[in-house]
Design a protein around this ligand. Structure first.
Ligand SMILES: [Zn+2]
Length: 473
């Protein structure tokens, strides 16, 4: 079955209603100072945390990669209060009673990484068992993978398809540890399009009868502007921050050749209108020039993949300021399919297009977002950071890290008021949300540091809360 590009007929989950975390619960954020357990009954109570209970963490003596600059800052001190970065200074900050102090020792403080093409529900389950696994088990797999994702330093992911609303809610409520999720909800596809994993026995479509993938909220089939509009609005109803359609064929879908354009322009436009009315945008899966060009005409904001695009299409994307969200699909993905299969051949075509898309992105200075689109492979998921480091083949370390932080955050912000996380992401700046990594070394000199987060990320913080700190005594 599939690999990148999308969804399967997973037996996953009951999509549940999503929960936005607004900005209001700062009391729960922040790595509380582990405390000063009373050593005797006479010990004075710990000083009240400053600022109405918001926990404070001070990073001392860190050099900062701010998400945009091509060089590190001078040695600095950074104060996190509650969910946000309150203060950055090369001067010593005044002592704050109760603050947790992290002595950076000259290490690099940088924004948390962002993966802008991720499928939280589909990373771990084996593709061969998708239709038979218990939905509860799949949810637990996704939860465990979410924790691992965060511990690789990816503090935010944009979910490009799958029933991720429940997982997002559990993470936001602190039930489990995981990244921020910008959910798309179900992928919207046409009959026989990428994401339609029905079998011939399911045809013809019967009025009022939904396929398993639709019941699960994994992928929705829509064959007219009216149906597209309804399916788009259903995802918005559930809390989608952006909408995902498959505008052309994909690798893993058995009935969608790579060369085909699936939706018609009016169908795509129904989605961009409905999303636009809701203040957000549409991203489409698209590989070929024809598919990409039609999507642009229909008002699509972001092209996912683009590996088979040509010069004229790249130029049009540049002229019209269209986002390119693409991925360094690794050759291992070919092996995810049976040797000699159509899917393996399609996978090879896309892997061969990786160099093409990054060269065009560079040449035409496309607004390029970073993602990995890892599916059905816990082993590949462990290489999430290594895939990012691999962009060093086309970009400088600073360009690469900017793409995965500040630039990716710009794309996230295109969701406007549907953005589930109010505040600035992807930068180290006063007032920004405190998603931070403390790196043991200089990633602008050694991009490969991000390939081994277990060893090189000494602190991982999300929303002001510390999830990892190997410097703590
Ligand atoms: Zn995908």
């Amino acid at each position: 079955m599939r690999a990148f590009g999308l969804l399967a007929s997973l037996t996953v989950i009951l999509a549940s209603v999503s929960c936005s975390t607004g900005d209001g619960d700062s009391s729960s954020a922040g790595s509380a100072e582990p405390g000063r357990p009373a050593e005797s009954a006479q010990a004075p109570p710990p000083p009240a945390p400053p600022s109405g209970g918001a926990a404070v963490t001070d990073f001392r003596n860190v050099k900062i990669f701010d998400g945009r600059s091509d060089r590190l800052s001078a040695p600095s001190n950074v104060r996190v209060k509650g969910k946000r970065i309150e203060r950055i200074s090369t001067e010593a900050l005044p002592d704050e009673p109760g603050a947790t102090v992290i002595d950076g020792g000259g290490r690099t403080l940088m924004p948390g990484l962002i993966d802008n093409h991720w499928h939280t529900m589909l990373v771990r389950p084996p593709v061969t068992q998708l239709t038979t696994l218990d939905p509860g088990y799949l949810n637990l797999l996704a939860g465990a993978e979410a924790t691992d994702t965060l511990m690789r330093g990816f503090t935010t992911v944009r979910d490009l398809g799958g029933p991720s609303f429940g997982l997002k809610q559990a993470i936001d409520e602190g039930v489990i540890d995981g990244p921020r999720i910008y959910p798309s909800g179900a992928i919207i596809t046409v009959t026989s399009g990428h994401g339609d994993f029905r079998t011939p026995a399911d045809l013809p479509r019967k009025a009022g009868v939904e396929s398993r993938q639709e019941e699960l909220g994994a992928a929705m089939v829509a064959d007219s502007p009216d149906e597209v509009r309804m399916r788009t609005r259903e995802q918005l109803f559930e809390g989608a921050s952006q909408i995902k359609l498959t505008a052309g064929g994909g690798v893993s879908s058995p009935h969608s050749p790579l060369d085909v354009t699936t939706f018609t322009e009016p169908e795509l436009r129904a989605a961009t209108e409905a999303a636009g009315n809701w203040g957000t945008y549409v991203a489409v899966h698209a590989y070929t020039p024809q598919t990409i060009q039609q999507a642009i005409r229909a008002g699509v904001t972001c092209i996912e993949h683009g590996h088979l695009m040509d010069e004229a299409t790249a130029k049009e994307m540049a002229d019209k300021n269209i986002w390119l969200s693409t991925q360094p699909i690794p050759a291992e993905m070919i092996g995810a399919f049976p040797p000699g299969s159509d899917e393996a051949a399609k996978a090879k075509e896309i892997v061969d297009g990786v160099n093409n898309v990054y060269q065009l992105a560079r040449k035409y200075k496309l607004k390029t977002a970073f993602g990995t689109d890892i599916l059905f492979s816990p082993q590949l998921a462990q290489k999430q950071g290594a895939l990012l480091a691999g962009l060093g083949k086309w970009f400088s370390p600073a360009e690469t890290l900017t793409m995965a932080t500040a630039t990716n955050a710009e794309l996230l912000a295109m969701s406007g008021k549907r953005n589930p996380y109010a505040g600035k992401l992807g930068v180290v700046a006063e007032g920004a949300l405190a998603d931070l990594l403390l790196v043991d070394g200089d990633p602008l000199a050694r991009l490969d540091l991000v390939a081994d987060p277990g060893r090189n990320f000494t602190v991982i913080m999300k929303d002001g809360k510390t999830y990892k700190n190997t410097l703590a005594s």
